[in-house]
Design a protein around this ligand. Structure first.
Ligand code: DI6
Ligand code: FE
Length: 411
């Protein structure tokens, strides 16, 4: 009788479990049962493992390829209509992101394009973007809404996000970011809009569309008091929260997020010592988004050394969105996290595996090659995992396994 076990042998494994650097196993094997890793360890211990688990139905020789956990992009805005190449031109001519936003462009222009897009177009755009990420070994993504900004349009975006997870071999976590910007019909009535968001949340939740709730706490978006109300509504539904905090100024957003036991506080260029202390106390992950830092030509760096010294886990994501980070390369973000933010390559890889999983509340099931975790992994044509952060504009992903199933990568 088939054991249903699949064995992958002779890999060089960056398991990304904590302990040894990279969680390194020089000649290792992965034993999968269904979508889960039943056992991971050195070849020398494989006979004992097989005596325990039985003979595998299938066996593959990885021939020394480097294996990492499937990568995790834990902060994306993948569902939207249109793009903002014209706004990019305006910024190159001297207009600032904030000026464009205040003049009704920026996020609002994407809201108009998103509302005008059909469900099919929204899904097609999101699928194409998610597919590009998958080709770089990304097996888990977070997708935020935030360009619909009404009961119906936000629901359409969240449904598209859910459908990405059904159509592709990826784990998708959805996040409601209705508190992203003020829609034009609420001009001058931000508090009324926040009331509306709080009343819509239970409806999206009842439809199973929301895994977490986010907000944009910034002088061009919502105040800490307004975000607090959204968080209260989220937590009343048992939903975890996260926050775009301290991206353009220090508004105390990280401390507010930490008070609500946020999974992550994101951006953090203007994070101060109080915010760091609050994040330590609540176990909130620092989500670093070097693509937005680069594309907005920010000059204030997030306080990496202080976060590291305080032991705050650091995650890295694309922040893919049409305004401030139109990238679809998580590998490029690894490079930028090292070159721009001075992370070590191993910290960067932990930022898109173990710590990214933690930022999604998936720290006990995703982001490490470890027994009991999901059998998501990526195979790389590199000598060492530090090359993933070293090269840029280059994709050495050679294979992807998601939930124990090999994924066919279109090239
Ligand atoms: N911060 C960002 O970088 C994105 N959203 C946010 O709150 C930008 C969104 C956009 O400009 O479309
Ligand atoms: Fe974002």
């Amino acid at each position: 009788m088939s054991t249903g076990l699949q064995l992958w042998r002779h890999g060089r494994l960056a398991t990304m479990t904590s302990g040894v650097p990279w969680g390194w196993v020089d000649d290792g094997a992965l034993l999968c049962r269904g979508d889960t890793l039943a056992w991971v360890g050195p070849e020398a211990e494989l006979p004992a493992a097989l005596a325990r688990f039985g003979t595998p139905a299938e066996e593959q020789d990885l021939q020394g390829q480097v294996v990492t956990p499937g990568l995790i992009d834990a902060h994306t805005h993948l569902v939207y209509g249109g793009h903002r190449a014209r706004e990019f031109e305006l910024r190159l001519q001297g207009a600032s992101y904030e000026e464009i936003a205040r003049a009704g462009g920026g996020i609002r222009s994407t809201v108009a394009a998103t509302r005008a897009a059909s469900d099919a177009d929204l899904l097609a755009g999101a699928l194409a973007r998610a597919h590009a990420l998958l080709g770089e070994g990304v097996t888990t993504i977070e997708i935020k809404s935030g360009y619909g900004l009404s009961l119906d349009h936000e629901a359409r975006c969240l449904r598209a996000a859910r459908r990405v997870g059904e159509a592709l071999p990826m784990t998708v976590r959805t996040t409601s970011l209705a508190a992203h910007a003020l829609p034009p019909e609420y001009e001058g009535r931000a508090d009324d809009y926040i009331d509306a968001v709080c009343s819509w949340l239970p409806q999206w939740h009842a439809e199973g569309l929301v895994d977490a709730v986010d907000g944009f706490c910034e002088r061009i978006a919502f105040s800490p008091a307004q975000i607090e109300r959204v968080f209260q509504a989220a937590r009343a539904l048992g939903l975890p929260v996260k926050l775009h905090a301290e991206q353009l100024s220090d508004s105390g957003g990280a401390a507010l997020a930490a008070r609500h036991e946020a999974l992550s506080a994101d951006h953090l260029e203007f994070l101060g010592a109080d915010g760091i202390a609050a994040m330590v106390a609540s176990g909130t992950v620092a989500m670093l988004l070097p693509g937005a830092y680069y594309f907005l030509r920010e000059t204030t760096l997030p306080p990496i050394a202080a976060l590291r010294a305080a032991g705050v886990p650091m995650a890295i994501a694309t922040d893919h969105n049409p305004g401030t980070s139109p990238t679809l390369s998580l590998l490029l973000m690894l490079n930028m996290a090292c070159t721009l933010f001075r992370l070590a390559p191993e910290e960067a890889l932990a930022g898109v595996t173990r710590h990214a999983a933690q930022a999604l509340g998936l720290g006990a099931s995703h982001g490490q090659l470890r027994a009991g975790f999901r059998a998501d992994f990526a195979l790389w044509d590199v000598d060492h995992p530090n090359e993933l952060a070293y090269r840029f504009g280059h994709n050495p992903c050679h294979g992807v396994v998601s939930g124990g199933q090999a994924v066919t990568l279109a090239r």
